[in-house]
Design a protein around this ligand. Structure first.
Ligand code: FES
Length: 109
């Protein structure tokens, strides 16, 4: 644990590689995506029409919104294709053993 703002989101073993998982951290909806030993955390909220991205799927271009197909880069939060044009917040993640911690009080983008 690195500070009061960092919250345990889930166990690393709860995450299936490439399968998005939605969690709420306080009142912030977060989608977690595991790629090997790396975990990404983004706002679970498409910037186009505010649907949950955890219902989408991971593609080569990023996390794809299930409703209209915009893909969001896991590192930058930027959509690579319309109709979404605005990025979504990307949160810092730390993995400590089997614990995945996310800080929703700061962003990486
Ligand atoms: S709601 Fe996500 S692309 Fe339209």
């Amino acid at each position: 644990m690195t500070g009061a703002a960092v919250t345990r989101a889930c166990a690393l073993s709860d995450l299936v590689d490439g399968e998005p998982l939605g969690v709420d951290i306080g009142d912030v909806p977060v989608v977690l995506v595991r790629q090997g030993e790396q975990v990404h955390a983004l706002r679970n909220w498409c910037s186009h029409a505010a649907v949950a991205l955890s219902e989408g799927e991971l593609t080569r271009r990023g996390l794809e919104c299930w409703l209209h197909g915009s893909c969001f880069d896991l590192r930058t939060g930027l959509p690579s294709s319309p109709p979404a044009t605005d990025p979504i917040p990307v949160y810092p993640v730390t993995v400590d053993g089997d614990d995945v911690h996310v800080d929703v009080t700061s962003t990486l983008n």
